[in-house]
Design a protein around this ligand. Structure first.
Ligand SMILES: [Zn+2]
Ligand SMILES: [Zn+2]
Length: 153
């Protein structure tokens, strides 16, 4: 094992491939696909609820999740190293037993209120986003151009 640990932490997407975002102005959660978010033609991301632009949409949950992923990976690595030592030291003077695998921290980001989002198609940009059903009913700003849509499919 080398001393260096390289890990890529990617922001997790849900089953439909959407990334969770949070408006720093009003705290509204919404989701968008990485391909839309990284599109050069999309200059700003607008909050679907208040219509403002946030500097940073990465939620604390996503950050915490990334930290947990690292912790879990490091714990596994330590465990595996100790396991190897255990095997090598069977007939040696030092004997020790590694008990069970370290328990993994739950990697699920917080769920309540976030799961119940519906995919909406904003016809102005032909892009989709996931928002809460209530927001869909009352009308929402298109995250990609900031225009308020009232009839959302
Ligand atoms: Zn907002
Ligand atoms: Zn739009």
């Amino acid at each position: 094992m080398s001393d260096e640990i390289n890990m890529t932490i990617s922001i997790p997407t849900d089953d439909d491939g959407y990334v969770l975002l949070q408006c720093e102005h009003c705290g509204t959660y919404f989701k968008a696909t990485p391909s839309d978010l990284e599109d050069d033609r999309v200059l700003h991301i607008f909050c679907p609820s208040c219509g403002l632009i946030s500097e940073n949409y990465v939620t604390e949950d996503v950050f915490e999740l990334a930290m947990k992923t690292v912790t879990n990976a490091v714990n596994d690595m330590i465990y595996n190293e100790f396991k190897k030592m255990e095997r090598h030291s069977k007939k040696g003077i030092i004997t020790f037993k590694v008990e069970k695998r370290p328990k993994h921290e739950n990697e699920d980001p917080i769920r309540s209120g976030i799961e119940a989002m519906e995919i909406c198609n904003f016809s102005c940009c032909e892009r989709t986003t996931k928002i809460k059903p209530l927001l869909k009913m009352t009308g929402a700003y298109c995250p990609f151009c900031g225009v308020k849509n009232y009839e959302i499919e």
